[in-house]
Design a protein around this ligand. Sequence first.
Ligand code: PRX
Length: 631
Amino acid sequence: MNLNIDTYGQYLEVYKYSVEHPEKFWAEIASDFEWKQKWEKVLEWNFSEPKIEWFLGGKLNITQNCLDRNLVENADKKAIIWEPNNPNEHIREITYRELHDSVCRFANVLQANGAKKGDRICIYLPMIPEAVVAMLACARIGAIHSVVFAGFSSQSISDRINDSECSMIITADGVERGEKRVELKKIVDEALVNCPSIKRCIVYNNRNWEVDIKQGRDVWWHSEIRKVGANNEPEWLDAEDPLFILYTSGSTGKPKGVLHTTGGYMVMAGYTFKMVFNYKPHQIFWCTADVGWITGHSYIAYGPLLNSATIMMFEGVPTWPDAGRFWDIVDKHKVNILYSAPTALRNLMAAGDHFLENKDLTSLEVLGSVGEPINEEAWYWYHDKIGKEHCPIVDTWWQTETGGMMLSPIAGIGVAKPGFAMYPLPGIQPLLLNEKGEELHGNNVEGNFCMKFPWPGMARTVYGDHKRFQQTYFSTYNNLYFTGDGCKRDEEGFYRITGRVDDVINVSGHRIGTGEVEDAINDHDCVVESAVVGYSHDMKGQALYAFVICNKPVDDLIKFRNEVGKIVSERIGSFSKPDKIQIVKALPKTRSGKIMRRILRKIAENDYSNLGDTSTLIDPKVVDDIKSGVI
Ligand code: PRX
């Protein structure tokens, strides 16, 4: 299918076709990939169970599409260019031939260590090419990877390993991020104390640091790799065989293991990458996300490789050695497409434009944004100062659950508005609903954002808990997928995401469930109960505000706040620490015991107007008490 759409008129035509003939449309896209055996049926679905199956009967291996397929014409093309944390250390360049070789060898290592189709394998690695190698090696043998962002604590690792009963973990000795030294293997060792299902831990030697090796459990990546050959026949998987699990936070309870399957995810990641970025074979593509998040899965690893792209990968942080590092990398490697997050852009913008001096950014052709709403100021800065007013900005809206981009301007078209994810990609069918569950037709409307038809990249279940999958996404509205986001369709019919309408908070693009943070805070000896809400933050987009009730007077508030922050870091990760912690006597609760978060959100925003009806509270006076102690 020709995915080069150059005008908005062409887009409208393709879009219309995709909605009128969704199965034909997606089948045409899927035909651009290599299948060992073609599918018999494009789609079977219902949103009530829910059951979603794409390309039934098809057999494939995603790594054949990412790697083997490129051995014909692109073997010597660079697949990955890697920039280390320390700019004085060596860069690495890996061709498609070399990547294929590394993945096949590591797939053999996995098999030699007992891994097989269907096994769950946890990956806890920094931003090094081996993270991509490990993911692809799992996919090659049909094992299900579960990448855990290497900023999560040992407790979070063990929770995730135990939930999906991983038999193996792949990690590294450690990593430096800026000047910070992170001893990954130590964190993993602590996690594994509580993980009986883990039989093997494979350790990549990234920094040559000393680590404890537990005999019988731990092996070194480099010594294992010497024992195996370079031939590995991919496992031929059914289109609906699982490809990976990725844990993400929801409104309630523990993180959910969102499960994606092989055929549909491949089609989605490959198609959206090509379509949205208008990718051309000469271009160097840089996604600044971490492989531990869905953006890294779809647009560092799979999407670009499925399009024979050259990926730029960066181990470090945007502000080290200084806030010009991103622009140094663009200049040094002549990056053509930059896909980043509003939080990073806001931070770099705040650091000052002198960091842009003497940086040649003329290689840039397309700019992307993902993860949270981008404010106009950051959008214009990106557009004017980074893109020099000639690079289209693609503001892509999507989720861990959607597998790939859903709404976005298409780079080749050039129709965009600051802060707008604009329009659905061909094949995606969104709608807005009001509180009563009625569809909002026409323009200039705002409501809850849903999807009425499946798309190949959508999650199939929550690992081990299909009921939770049904309840979270398909029970709010009959026969619809509910995203959890609010959205506005403006007078011209363009979409603008307004943010989450549930208890998920987006801090610096990291998705955080308030329930998880509250559980962690409640572990403090002095805390009886807590309620966490989000409030607007100039840099992070949103930050966390915790209201806590203590069982005794707290004399040293600073010490108390530090202790609470430490518990949250240990239980989840330091990115989940509340910025503000206020001790309160009581929380605003209804007679049925429900905390009225709406009121707390307003208080956290310092917005005392229209707190709404407080008469249903057990004790309306509580609100004044809280207001008087606001930080
Ligand atoms: O609220 C939306 C926000 O991020 C949520 C999904 O988070 P996660 O699953 O971690 O995936 C992030 C990367 C795809 C969404 O429900 N979000 C994502 N992209 C945008 C966005 N909000 C506004 N504009 C976006 N472009």
